[in-house]
Design a protein around this ligand. Structure first.
Ligand SMILES: Cc1cc2nc3c(=O)[nH]c(=O)nc-3n(C[C@H](O)[C@H](O)[C@H](O)COP(=O)(O)OP(=O)(O)OC[C@H]3O[C@@H](n4cnc5c(N)ncnc54)[C@H](O)[C@@H]3O)c2cc1C
Length: 339
């Protein structure tokens, strides 16, 4: 059976959302090539994850378990996943482009002697050849390239979190669960993790936010971003920025939107002082409603915006803050204005 395998990352027995997003997409692709979806997850004592993986689209779950796999180690994970892929021989292998996935994918592709299309933004099956069409931005995002892997297997792709929608789980789905014990030893690891320090997490993952107020070079300073934060708070949302804003140190890299930042899919995206370069637009295509505030009526962002407000951002944002604060007070007790 030429199945589709999705590597589903877990950490502390919590599944990373991107694996579940990919399972939903894999289920769609599987229908077109008349095959099944296998989820592979790696760790220690992770049996409890199997049900969730099936509910999100896996027909079969392979639990790769070993006490050496409790904490991620690139060498051990690569060897373990390589063994499973050699055994299952999938037609397609999908991996989330998390930090871990970006490290694991190329290592695995090299061992399997196949190609890897990184950071895909679309996956489709070619109607005639039944090959996987892997689309991603190329040449600095100036064009979209569709890549095929006709002569080697599996056809491998990584996809960033948020690119595909998270489908609702089907609680009545059933599937097969198998355990695989890989033949790994400590000696296989060239790097040994001696201690672990947990990074203080950002308060929100922008790829999951429903409302985003995003600032660009036009904001001019870190203080300007404080105003945007205030507006975002009033809207029950979060703040983000363009690469220019990140490069200027006005906002953290975790909050960069775009091709080399994060893909977002909020209900409302307010772009303030952002020109709308193609690399920025690559991250906001899935937004439901885009508002652009820019002093240049011809800025490219105006072409994709549902609503464009032309002018200096400061009085416009100040007025929005004023009106929303009034509304919040009037609704007595409600701090957040729901759109
Ligand atoms: C390989 C590659 C990857 C990239 N990845 C990303 C990415 O992930 N994300 C990203 O954002 N960019 C990315 N870029 C950079 C991208 O090409 C642009 O340079 C960047 O998006 C520009 O940011 P900006 O819109 O904030 O700045 P600018 O393009 O300088 O635009 C500033 C805007 O602010 C407006 N403005 C100025 N003053 C005011 C004011 N007072 N009030 C209202 N409006 C005002 C101006 O009219 C202008 O439209 C990438 C580039 C490359 C080559």
């Amino acid at each position: 059976m030429k199945m589709i395998v999705v590597f589903c990352q877990q950490e502390n027995v919590n599944l990373h959302r991107v694996g579940l997003e990919l399972l939903g997409k894999a289920a769609e692709l599987a229908k077109e090539i008349d095959t099944k979806v296998t989820a592979v997850t790696i760790g220690k004592e992770i049996d409890c994850l199997a049900t969730t993986l099936i509910q999100y689209g896996a027909d079969k779950v392979v639990l790769v378990q070993n006490e050496l796999l409790e904490i991620y180690n690139a060498d051990l994970y690569t060897k373990a996943l390589h063994e499973v892929v050699e055994k299952e021989k999938p037609e397609i292998l999908l991996i989330g482009a998390t930090q871990l996935g970006r490290e694991l994918g190329p290592r695995l592709a090299a061992r399997l002697k196949t190609g890897l299309t990184a950071d895909c933004t679309q996956l489709e099956i070619d109607k005639e050849s039944k090959l996987l069409l892997m689309t991603r931005p190329a040449f600095g995002g100036n064009l979209m390239a569709t890549i095929v892997c006709p002569n080697h297997r599996p056809q491998m792709a990584t996809v960033r979190p948020g690119v595909f929608e998270l489908k609702a789980p089907n609680l009545s789905r059933t599937g097969e669960v198998v355990e695989y014990v890989p033949s790994i030893r400590w000696e296989d690891a060239r790097i040994v993790v001696e201690d672990f320090f947990e990074k203080i997490k950002e308060d929100v993952d922008i790829s999951q936010a429903q409302v985003i107020v995003s600032g660009g070079r036009g904001i001019g300073s870190a203080e300007g971003f404080e105003k945007l934060r205030k507006l975002a708070d009033l809207l029950g949302g979060t703040v983000a920025g363009s690469r220019a804003a990140v490069d200027n140190g006005w906002i953290e890299k975790d909050r960069q939107v775009g091709q080399t930042g994060k893909v977002v899919r909020p209900k409302l995206y307010i772009a303030v002082g952002i020109s709308g370069a193609i690399q920025h637009l690559a991250g906001i295509n899935e937004s439901t409603y885009i508002v652009a505030i820019n002093k240049d009526a011809d800025a490219p962002i105006m072409k994709v915006a549902d609503l464009g407000i032309v002018g200096d951002w400061r009085p416009i944002v100040n007025e929005l803050i004023k009106q929303l604060s009034k509304k919040a007070k009037a609704e007595d007790g409600y701090e957040v204005v729901r759109l």
